[in-house]
Design a protein around this ligand. Structure first.
Ligand code: ATP
Ligand code: MG
Length: 661
């Protein structure tokens, strides 16, 4: 597509009507919104019937002690039974649950019957290690089937897991082990990353030398790469020695719906990571419902693939709990999209006939940068729904995704949610919603979200402000682990509780800026911390970034507001140029003019700095707070969740040349 036709397409604000075949057979119809609006709690009680309960809940929501919610509190269930055993009992034991694809090209498929045996053995093994209901277990593994098995085994015995992304350092792992006071760590010798075995166990050994980790009794080690591994006798135990000899029988115990399921730390883009606590009944209800509704899942025929890592909430909700509760067949891939070649993802889509594909904007932009010819080499005709999550997706990337991956016929669902919300909250529904490039659009049935101004007043269509959730939802976080006060302060203090016609209204503040367009559709504008104040105008970093990447020479951009004596804040942009573009004299001026033309002169960046890389979290999000530190000549804040800390040194070394006024 030429740049001109792309510009035209975006200027038209084109919408894409749902494909007729999808609309005719969609899992959810437009009536769901009305039904949920008329009786929100009834709607969720109905969705809870997707699960198999050992004791049916009679109560839906207890909101008598806000903001501490209880959902389905008198119900009892076992999460692992719901994700595995009941499918086998329903005659689906031979259905593939997981097609595992290792980075070096090894592959392995596990049916639901296989998964049941593996989870039972792992649950017996954890019990032999002395793990009891309520004990925390840290999981630090690559993307291998044992990661899913370990999570389900913990769920099965009621031991909350804390999954720590396998790319994190010993420091990040140690702080999470300390905060959750974990008793057991499950890890592996290593995993394959970018064509090489990459060790994991040494980071565990190092983390366990830190004070506050003494309560870790055992380290269960999966053999993945076969590399040399230091051994602590009496503490370390091989998975294949302990788990493989266990019985394949394990009777699941039913736990109350508010029994903790996991703690997961947020990615730390805005500060010190928060240990988000999720429980079982409400969480599983919402992830199962949303996975069914948002992706229009047909478990008997679909092959679903979410490229996230199990170390993030997307991996918890949309690799493990949602898809497996629904009896889906899914792909699990260990490696990166460009190993050994930049078509690796599309090769996997072709191999398994993937029908539903869920990934992040940062990955989509990387694929755009690598070129349209790469996906064109593969047969992607099986795809019917594409999803995006993690950041606002710029319209160019949205259109590229739909056109080059979805052959211009699949809907793209832009799903807004957070570690805290547990499940998807705002998204179009395939077959129902006319989609708009770049907008998450509408709250799902049963979800109440809006945009408010500084005084907590709902803004009219066409205006911007802060995204809030105005009613509790089943998969909401219950607190920040060990810190109820931070839970209150971070999420509930900003906009409430205030008086409303019905009494005291509690509004959950998501921390994200948003606007409503003239149709009332919601557009996410990035974190509130990322909204800039320039000469009295609020300008979102996302909008300036989107304008920059619409220039043909720019592959990626990150924008921050730096304190400025004249204008309060000055817009400072860091850009990665496209492969062929060079850092010529006039380029910075050309880009400034380009942004001014797209958004108006007030949004013209004061400084633009071409860089080779941007600081990203391991989940692929740009850490703007670090760029702000750089732009304001401050010492860098917490960098433990950064993929590669040398990126920051590289950027800092280039800074003196950045002042182009
Ligand atoms: P921390 O809270 O520690 O700063 P984080 O917010 O990056 O970390 P996550 O819970 O992984 O941690 O990310 C949720 C955030 O990601 C949302 O609040 C939002 O800013 C962004 N996000 C996720 N999906 C979308 C989307 N579809 N559109 C826009 N933004 C999104
Ligand atoms: Mg957040």
């Amino acid at each position: 597509m030429s740049n001109e036709s792309l510009a035209n397409l975006l200027r038209e604000e084109r919408r894409f009507a749902p494909p007729a075949d999808l609309a005719a057979a969609a899992n959810v119809t437009a009536e769901a919104y009305e039904q949920a609006k008329a009786d929100r709690l009834g709607f969720w009680a109905e969705q809870a019937r997707r699960l198999t309960w050992a004791a049916e809940p009679t109560e839906t929501l207890d909101w008598s002690n806000p903001p501490f919610a209880k959902w389905f509190a008198d119900g009892k269930l076992n999460v692992a039974y719901n994700c595995v055993d009941r499918h086998v009992e329903n005659g689906l034991g031979d259905r593939v649950a997981i097609h595992f694809e290792g980075e070096p090209g090894d592959s392995r498929s596990l049916t639901y019957a296989d998964l049941q045996r593996e989870v039972a053995k792992a649950a017996n093994a954890l019990t032999e290690l002395g793990v009891q209901a309520g004990d925390r277990v840290a999981i630090y593994l690559p993307m291998i089937p044992e990661a899913v098995v370990a999570m389900l085994a913990c769920a099965r015995i009621g031991a909350p897991h804390s999954v720590v992304f396998g790319g994190f350092s010993a420091d990040a792992l140690a702080t999470r082990i300390q905060d959750a006071d974990a008793r057991v760590v499950i890890t592996s010798d290593g995993g394959y990353r970018r064509g090489k075995p990459s060790a994991l166990k040494p980071a565990v050994d190092e983390a366990l030398t830190r004070p506050g980790t003494e309560n870790v009794r055992s380290v269960l080690v999966v053999r993945r790469t076969g590399q040399e591994t230091a051994w602590h006798e009496g503490r370390d135990v091989w998975w294949h020695e302990l788990v493989d000899r266990q019985s394949e029988q394990h009777t699941p115990e039913a736990f109350g719906a508010e029994h903790p399921l996991f703690i997961l730390y947020t990615s730390g883009t805005t500060g010190k990571p928060k240990g988000i606590l999720h429980t079982t009944g409400g969480y599983l209800t919402q992830v199962a419902y949303t996975h069914h509704a948002v992706f229009d899942l047909k478990p008997e025929s679909d092959v679903y693939w979410c490229t996230a890592d199990v170390g993030w909430v997307t991996g918890h909700s949309y690799i493990v709990y949602g898809p497996l509760a629904n009896g889906a067949t899914e792909v699990l891939y260990e490696g990166t999209p460009d190993t050994p070649h930049q078509g690796r993802w599309w090769e996997i889509v072709q191999k398994y006939g993937v029908t539903i594909f869920y990934t992040a904007p940062t990955a989509i932009r990387a694929c755009m940068k690598w070129g349209d010819d790469i996906p064109a080499k593969f047969d992607l005709s099986s795809l019917r729904v594409l999803g995006s999550v993690g950041e606002p997706i710029n319209p160019e990337a949205w259109v590229w995704y739909r056109r080059n991956i979805g052959a211009d016929r699949t809907p793209v669902v832009d799903t807004w949610w957070q570690t805290e919300t547990g499940g998807i909250m705002i998204s179009p529904l395939p077959g129902v919603t006319e989609t708009k490039p770049g907008s998450a659009q509408v709250p799902l049935p049963g979800i109440a979200a809006t945009v408010v101004d500084d005084e907590a007043r709902e803004v009219p269509d066409g205006a911007g402000g802060y995204l809030v959730l105005t009613e509790p939802w089943p998969s909401m976080l219950r607190t920040i682990w060990g810190d109820d006060q931070r839970y209150l302060d971070t999420y509930w203090a900003r906009f409430g509780p205030g008086q409303s016609a019905t009494g005291v209204a509690w509004r959950y503040f998501a921390g994200d800026g948003a606007k409503k367009d003239d149709d009332g559709d919601i557009w996410l504008l990035g974190r509130v911390d990322d909204v800039m104040l320039v000469s009295g105008h609020n300008i979102s970093t996302t909008e300036v970034e989107s304008a920059l990447v619409s220039h043909p020479k720019v592959a990626e951009a990150a924008v921050v507001g730096a304190t400025d004596p004249q204008t309060t804040q000055a817009i400072c942009a860091f850009v990665i140029l496209r492969g062929s573009a060079s850092e010529s004299e006039g380029l910075v001026e050309e880009l400034r003019a380009h942004v001014a033309k797209a958004l108006g002169p007030i949004a013209k960046p004061k400084r633009i700095l071409p860089v080779a890389e941007l600081p990203k979290t391991r989940s692929g999000k740009i850490m703007r707070r670090l760029l702000r530190d750089v732009a304001e000549n401050r010492a860098l804040g917490d960098v433990t969740t950064l993929t590669d800390s040398s990126v920051m040194e590289l950027i800092q070394s280039k800074l003196p040349t950045a002042s182009e006024d």
